[in-house]
Design a binder for this molecule. Sequence first.
Ligand code: 5GP
Length: 117
Amino acid sequence: MSLSEPTIFERIVAREIPADIVFENDRVIAFRDIAPQASLHLLVVPKTANYSNVAELAAGDAALLAEVVDIASRLASDHSNGQYRLVFNTGADAGQTVFHVHAHVLSGALEEGTLAS
Ligand code: 5GP
């Protein structure tokens, strides 16, 4: 359990706010970004609130990071053409707004000026 205010992603995991969930297991949830920047824009999110960014996740639970990457790849195949960008924003200056580690999966046509370009 997180000691600070739950992030929006913890509230999605807890079903306190709705999301278009495309995948879930005991450790990871994936749902469509509310402000898509590509024809497919998913967020793949470890359920634990222990890690605020990808470097922390890599250091703390490398297997969980590998699982996030594997799920991202499979979802890009299931929902698009299997070709994708995987983006982990780290720090507010780099565009991170939710400090609960998450992978952006961007596939298909990208919007102008997306976080991935
Ligand atoms: P960040 O800017 O931290 O890398 O990514 C956070 C992402 O979460 C943004 O792309 C933003 O559109 C998305 N987001 C913020 N609030 C919600 C929400 O309530 N539901 C969903 N599905 N996505 C959200």
